[in-house]
Design a protein around this ligand. Structure first.
Ligand SMILES: Cc1cc2nc3c(=O)[nH]c(=O)nc-3n(C[C@H](O)[C@H](O)[C@H](O)COP(=O)(O)O)c2cc1C
Length: 200
């Protein structure tokens, strides 16, 4: 599927065939594509927790307004962010750079995030959002449907997946075989409100 078509036909689909499983090789390809998503300083601070245990999926559904996507979609990922990724041996994020470049960048990474909770959290959300979009467009290009989700109790989901204290839950993304079309598009606000030239 052409990229433009994948972008135009991706929709937030809410009902999935619970019997359908995405073949492992396609799942692997999706993950390889997701890994192409850019991150600031190449920190790759996203973490994808795949929910496969049916009992766990039901518990997550229970704290997600009962939304059926969680139990029925073939792939369900809790997209998390590692808030301390910047400090965890940052030289590994640039092993292929010349040493003088990585020696210059490593202290910059630390300085950029250290002690700034808001910056660490923003970075987790930015990375998760970009990765989620890569996942959804790649899935669409393979002919699958997807849904980004934040309609759940983040704290409860964190507990259910044993979220480490220096990580944050960003969103859930499900992918699978849709069985009902998405609702009609909600509608678009005016371009003038969205695209601004040279400042507000
Ligand atoms: C961050 C985010 C969270 C969302 N959470 C939910 C959700 O919990 N459940 C749901 O059914 N749709 C959810 N949506 C889907 C939006 O309602 C949908 O993307 C929007 O209405 C536009 O429709 P479209 O994606 O089909 O173009 C979410 C979308 C985003 C981007």
């Amino acid at each position: 599927m052409h990229t433009f078509e994948a972008i135009r036909t991706r929709r937030a689909v809410k009902h999935y065939d619970p019997k359908f499983q995405i073949p492992p090789e396609q799942e692997q390809e999706l993950m390889d594509l997701v890994r192409q998503t850019p991150t600031s300083f190449n920190t790759q601070n996203w973490r994808f927790v795949k929910l496969t245990d049916p009992a766990l999926r039901q518990k997550v559904r229970d704290v997600a307004w009962g939304q059926a996507q969680i139990t029925d979609a073939s792939l369900v990922y809790v997209v998390c962010g590692d808030l301390s990724a910047y400090a965890k041996d940052p030289a590994r994020y640039m092993v292929n750079y010349p040493k003088e470049i990585s020696d210059m960048y490593v202290p910059k990474i630390i300085e950029f995030y250290e002690g700034k909770d808001w910056q660490q959290r923003d970075e987790a959300m930015r990375s998760a959002g970009l990765a989620a979009q890569t996942l959804m467009l790649a899935a669409r290009a393979m002919g699958y449907e997807s849904c980004p989700m934040i309609g759940f109790d983040s704290e409860a989901v964190g507990e259910l997946i044993n979220l480490p204290s220096d990580h944050v839950v960003c969103m859930i993304v499900v992918v699978g075989k849709g069985i009902e079309p998405a609702r009609p598009k909600g509608g678009y606000i005016d371009n003038e409100e969205v695209f601004i030239e040279n400042g507000f």
